[in-house]
Design a protein around this ligand. Structure first.
Ligand SMILES: NC(=O)c1ccc[n+]([C@@H]2O[C@H](COP(=O)([O-])OP(=O)(O)OC[C@H]3O[C@@H](n4cnc5c(N)ncnc54)[C@H](O)[C@@H]3O)[C@@H](O)[C@H]2O)c1
Length: 445
């Protein structure tokens, strides 16, 4: 690897603990998938860190390098998985329960999966209404619960001989609770932990514990966990990277591909109706209006940002954007999404686009969790702190620095990610200018 003199990246030596609050469908599909890949039973399809290639230098140089050959990422054999859940099932039992993967595959991986046993969770029924379980911590206040989680992290790392850890939130979506006074500064937040402030959710207690242990934290769900001044302040203070929110997997992934395409061609949008049927535990939790509200906010924000009514009033000032998720048990994890997009073109003539995506929720999400874990570990070793906007590629509602516009366009997000990797390795940043005809760049950008 070429080194950027401005960046020091510590080597990916030793073992990496990948810790997930929540050991449900997404987390167990990740654990099983990595174990299957390690054994040569499957390919890590969907994972940019494992399969992606990045162009380096001029087009004429023809240099395409595998991402994991370019930057020093932890190897799959060096990952140790751990997690917390309100249910005490180990990852083998939880994977069977989730019914995402075929029985034969789960049985073949019984040995490594059975070893992953959930630590007792920090849980509050007020934040997740539709489920309840026995494997839950008790403590004298929320600070005490955070201290217990910190002890869990340290014990896990010691017991498993890990040198570093990352945490990716894979637990259920909590009810929609925008930040309050207690979230505005670290001082107020720590007071709130001691005083059991009801506005502090379990996911925020996990985030606080991770950051205090200098463990990078990524938020895979739409609820507020790290997206607030207090914990952003803590991440900077501890020199630890953070990112979120809400894995961009199915319908929203396609939305952030299609919408920029329409806008780039200056085509108008009159309405976008998105509906889903979903039958897994996530769907059950999202059946509660409070949890759904968190999802609705992250899912609907995308379109308004890409198709900005302020910038293009003639095209986007009157978009009827509707997002629905319907809990429908027969489908399990195999979600079906329908999008009806009413667009208009030259002289306002209307047209329609229909998208019917028969997807598999956790199959789409698992590789994102792997990439986030590996890139957040890289960011930590590269001394990055605070919000990691270059990982917006993975999120429905990417967190940006205060006052900055969020970038939702998937291709722009990828460009930013790639250029960050080029920056790390002292490779030329690519701007795709390529004005060779004017002699601006003789080597072709
Ligand atoms: N699958 C996708 O495509 C996708 C996309 C975006 C976001 N997400 C989000 O990822 C998360 C996980 O999804 P899933 O399908 O695995 O859901 P799931 O219901 O199968 O798993 C979530 C697990 O979290 C546990 N849990 C709940 N509260 C907890 C707590 N406080 N501490 C520890 N464990 C707790 C539950 O018991 C459950 O086992 C959800 O928030 C979901 O919205 C998933």
């Amino acid at each position: 690897m070429t080194k950027n003199p401005k960046v020091t990246i510590a080597p990916a030596a030793g073992k990496l603990a990948v810790l997930t609050p929540g050991m449900g469908a997404v987390a167990t599909t990740l654990f099983a998938g990595v174990e299957a890949v390690k054994r040569g039973m499957a390919e890590p399809v969907g994972s940019y860190t494992q399969m992606g290639r990045i162009r380096l230098g001029k087009r004429s140089e023809n240099r395409m390098k595998k991402v994991n050959d370019l930057v020093p990422l932890a190897g799959l054999n060096d990952i140790v998985f751990g997690g917390w859940d309100i249910f005490s099932e180990n990852a083998y039992e939880a994977a069977k329960h989730a019914q995402v993967l075929e029985k034969d595959l789960v049985e073949a991986l019984q040995e490594p999966l059975s070893k992953i046993k959930p630590m007792a969770a920090v849980f509050d029924k007020d934040y997740i209404k539709r489920i309840d379980g026995p494997n839950v911590k008790t403590g004298k206040n929320k600070m005490d619960l955070a201290d217990q989680l910190r002890a869990d992290i340290r014990t896990f790392m010691k017991d498993n001989g890990c040198d570093r850890a990352v945490m990716v939130w894979c637990a259920s979506t909590e009810v929609y609770c925008p930040p309050t006074e207690v979230h505005q500064s670290l001082k107020a937040f720590e007071e709130g932990l001691k005083n059991n402030d009801p506005a502090i959710s379990p996911s925020q207690i996990y985030t606080y514990a991770a950051l205090k242990e200098r463990v990078p934290y990524a938020n895979g769900s739409p609820n507020v966990s790290v997206e607030m001044p207090a914990l952003i302040e803590l991440s900077k203070e501890m020199g630890t990277p953070i990112c979120g929110s809400d894995f961009k997997t199915g319908q929203t992934l396609l939305k952030t591909v299609i919408a920029p395409g329409l806008r780039n061609r200056q085509l108008g949008v009159a309405g976008w109706y998105s509906t889903n049927i979903l039958g897994n535990r996530d769907g059950e939790v999202l059946d509660d209006p409070g949890s759904f509200k968190s999802k609705e906010v992250s899912k609907t924000g995308v379109l308004g940002e890409i198709c900005s009514a302020d910038m293009y009033p003639e095209l986007y000032s009157n978009i009827h954007h509707v997002v629905r998720i319907n809990y429908y048990p027969p489908r399990g994890d195999n979600k079906e999404g329908w999008d009806n997009i009413d667009i208009f073109g030259w002289l306002g003539y209307p047209m329609q686009i229909k998208v019917n995506f028969l997807c598999r929720d956790s199959i789409l999400a698992a590789p994102l969790v792997l990439d986030l874990a590996l890139f957040m570990d890289l960011a930590g070793r590269a001394g990055m702190r605070g919000i990691q906007e270059w990982l917006s590629f993975y999120f429905k509602a990417p967190v940006a620095a205060p006052g900055l516009k969020v970038e939702h366009d998937l291709s722009v997000q990828l460009l930013k990610l790639e250029n960050t990797l080029r920056f790390f390795t002292n490779e030329e940043l690519i701007n795709h200018l390529g004005l060779t005809h004017y002699g601006v760049d003789e080597g072709e950008a």
